[in-house]
Write a protein that binds this ligand. Sequence first.
Ligand SMILES: Cc1cc2nc3c(=O)[nH]c(=O)nc-3n(C[C@H](O)[C@H](O)[C@H](O)COP(=O)(O)OP(=O)(O)OC[C@H]3O[C@@H](n4cnc5c(N)ncnc54)[C@H](O)[C@@H]3O)c2cc1C
Length: 467
Amino acid sequence: MSDRIVILGGGLAGIAAAISLVDAGCPVTLIETRKRLGGRATSFVDPRTGAVLDNCQHVVLGCCTNLLDLYQRLEVLDQIQWHRTLYWTDGKQEADANGTDRFEANWLPAPLHLGKSLRQMKIFNRVEKRQIRRGMLRMLRLGIRRRAAWEGKTFRQFLDEAGQSPEVIDRFWNPIVVSACNLEVDAVGAPHALQVFQEGFLGNRFSYAMGLSCVPLVELYGTVEQHLQQGGGEIQLGVSAKSINFDGHRVTGVVTTEGLIEAKAVISTLPFDRLDKIISEPLRRADARLHHLDQFDVSPILGVHLVFDQEVMSLPHLVFAGGDVHWIFNKGMDGTGQQHIHAVISGADQWMGLDEASIVKRVLAAISSALPAVKSAQLLVHRSVKEKRATFAATPEINAYRPGPGPSALGGAPNLYLAGDWSASGWPATMEGATRSGYAAARLAGGTIEEVPDISISWPARLLGLR
Ligand SMILES: Cc1cc2nc3c(=O)[nH]c(=O)nc-3n(C[C@H](O)[C@H](O)[C@H](O)COP(=O)(O)OP(=O)(O)OC[C@H]3O[C@@H](n4cnc5c(N)ncnc54)[C@H](O)[C@@H]3O)c2cc1C
């Protein structure tokens, strides 16, 4: 019998699983259908210009401990640039370093660290700020363990109960939630959104800090192949898994476009719809984790790359409080004075039917009051990237269907492990969720990377109930 573990998918979940297993001395084969690693968090060469572009800006937060652990193992942690100031605009005035609202920690411990900057924000009035503070306090008091009581309900229901007005919901809670969970407050399950605020903003001074890669995302995975080879593993790029062999009790290997690979165990990190396509009916029937793959829905994200002939934005990024566009990122100037801006619209269902010209027009209209130079600058290049199946939809019902990494008490192939951002990672569809799930699946399959501790909750936050 083969002693090989086959990992399906070379996104972050697959990379995390592979690194964990080779570090434990297990021979692994990683199968990736595309010619590059990174899955949804990667880059592509724009055929129009030859430029290497990220499929979308990817943000890591300070609380993403597993992803940061993986970056460290890949020796790319120093490629992440940290931003401890989040710039907010209502999109009505020109945005610059002096006049624009700054969301940043002062010297106080969490959850008091952001209090001063909230107090100083000009885009919310006193009543709105009081509401926001009340909402945050409610989340602290609820605690981490008791947010499960909100399973099955939307975050809008939580906010209504917490006395938040429609304006505050639209301009404060929604921009954060839609960016983090890729669904609007009306549709997203309350526990997903509560987690963002409890762990991302309230628990620790560093949790909210935003990390952006200084290099194209694909370069973050440049050391993976060598790392695997040194540990006796291999990567097969441009090879697709077609089916998982199952003998009625255990999985025995994977049929790929290049032939059969026998396996001691298989870790699937494929998205739910891809996994659904390669499992046989006997395997599906035998494994309770595979019974509900049809319950998952998807939510799209739109990224728009814009290159102007001159500088149009001096800040590193901007969060829009309400409006069509959620975030814009300053991707820098080149040697000739051209500037690259990237706009992101999450939960972008309404944009998917638009052609690129209409998308660009709408984005320019949404950002031009905050960045008036856009009106006079020449737009040299535009490229919109529609990710229709960007993430699973983090609805109130979905946690009940997200499978764990190993077989459940209801049965399952004992040597088939499941991972991917849609599995029961305890996180929304994020790079952190994917990495956690990959590590967890690898631990069950023999990997040695121990559970990476969550970011610690500060004592004042614990005192206020965040446990
Ligand atoms: C536009 C966009 C913006 C995002 N922004 C952020 C962000 O700012 N911050 C954040 O944390 N997260 C963000 N995410 C989410 C994040 O990218 C994903 O949660 C994460 O990358 C998922 O990793 P994964 O390994 O679970 O899945 P994937 O990355 O989808 O990896 C699965 C891999 O399996 C491969 N595959 C599929 N079928 C087969 C087959 N039959 N055989 C072999 N291989 C196969 C695929 O090619 C893919 O590489 C964003 C996602 C998108 C789409």
